[in-house]
Every structure is written in C-alpha cells, then in structure tokens.
Unconditional design. Structure first.
Length: 241
C-alpha cells in the first residue's frame, strides 16, 4: 500500500468527490479530464467502487487515480471518524485522503458542496464567472494552500495528540483558524465578501473530528496526525463544459 501511495502523492493535483446522479455532474467530470491532462486527480475508495464502470477509461491517470491508504491504521481511523461523526462516509474519505495525499479537495455539484459549507471554518467567495485561466491559477493556488499549511497543521495536531488536553486542543484550533484567515488573502484576485457564491471552503479535520469524537480518542496515536490537516475544498459547479 505504501508503494502505491509514494508513486501517486507527488503528482496529485486534487482529490475529487461527486455524485453522478446529480444533473450536470458528469459534464463537469469530463470538463476536468480536459483540464488536467498532465496531472492526476485522486478518487477515494468509495467513489471508485461506486462509479468504477463509468470512470473506467479515465482511471489510468487520465486524469483519475484510485487512492489507497498508506497505512492500515489510517484506514481504521477513517472508519472510526465515520462512525462517531455520523457524517457521510464519502465526505469523511474526501477530507482524510486530501490530508494524507497533501492535496486540495474538489467537490462537484450542490449535494456535497452544501454539506461542506456547513462543516467549514472559513470560505473564499467570488462575484464573477471564472475563465479557464482563472480556474487553472486558483486551483494551483489551492495546491499551495494545502502544501504551505500542511507542516503547521500536522505539527499542531501532533501536539494535541501528545498533550491530550482540552486546553491544548482549544489553543491549536484557534491557531489554525487564524492561519486560515491569513491564507484567504492568496485569493485576492477573485475574492468578494458580498457574494454568496463560494469558490473554496476550509475544513479543519482536527476540529471536525474532535467535536464529534473527542480528543481522548487521539491520545498517543501519532500516525493519525497525517489525516488531521486543514483542507481547502474547491467548489466546482455541475454543468461545466
């Protein structure tokens, strides 16, 4: 499993979640295949199994790659996360795999985007339609967001796992939210506070997990810190062509 992880992680541009029963989503999936010809997009185990036949010709790295857990412990952690949070398994997998593979999440269509909005700690909203150039630039900026925040995110999560205290958790989450607010400045070219249209949500996996599952469940489990980063979630409308 680790060999598969190592072969994919460096060339991954994002981890994608979609529901192909939602109108216009397949159009956007095909639009993505044209935009990411030379970089890979990851699909989580649940998404891959559900749409294996439909995605067939796109899953050899053109552009989709089925993702695997680098460690069994992280697969077990994801199952625990799903169970105690009572969140949709597809959403938990998206957030965990985005953290493990140090890649932005991408959500297509309204179904999952509305749910992730409710889970987010901050957002970047835009007032205008984005050109292909805008999309390419800001997907790349989202890549920088997750890369630049990853060491800080994982280090703060490790500190919580080691200290195993409510006060330590509270301090870590406050620091992470401050870092997120600072990070939103990257998106100044499209950012528009007055809009209701989101380009990107920030979801804090550490905050999300501990609110439902508690901090004590994390004590001493250093490996799961890799799953507890702050995740930028790019929102892509259905019907893109």
């Amino acid at each position: 499993m680790f060999a598969s992880y190592a072969a994919i992680v460096k060339n991954l541009r994002g981890v994608v979640l979609f529901n192909l029963e939602e109108r216009g989503v397949w159009d956007t999936v095909k639009w993505l295949t044209g935009r990411f010809k030379y970089r890979n997009l990851g699909v989580t185990p649940l998404v891959y199994e559900k749409y294996r036949d439909k995605l067939g010709k796109y899953t050899s790295g053109n552009p989709f790659k089925p993702l695997t857990y680098p460690l069994r412990e992280l697969e077990e952690f994801t199952s625990e996360f799903i169970k105690c949070s009572k969140l949709e398994p597809e959403i938990v997998e998206l957030l965990v795999f985005s953290s493990l593979y140090i890649s932005p999440a991408m959500v297509i269509g309204d179904k999952y985007a509305q749910r992730l909005r409710d889970l987010s700690v901050e957002s970047v909203k835009t007032c205008r339609d984005m050109s292909i150039g805008d999309w390419k630039l800001h997907v790349r900026i989202a890549d920088y967001t997750v890369l630049d925040m990853y060491e800080f995110s994982v280090t703060s999560a490790l500190r919580v796992l080691e200290e195993c205290s409510i006060s330590g958790l509270s301090n870590a989450i406050s620091e992470r939210i401050s870092a997120v607010k600072k990070d939103t400045k990257r998106y100044w070219r499209i950012k528009c506070e007055e809009s209701e249209r989101a380009f990107l949500y920030y979801v804090d996996n550490l905050k999300l997990y501990t609110e439902s599952c508690g901090v004590s469940e994390l004590c001493g489990r250093s490996n799961v810190a890799a799953a507890l980063a702050v995740i930028p979630v790019i929102v892509i409308s259905a019907g893109m062509k």
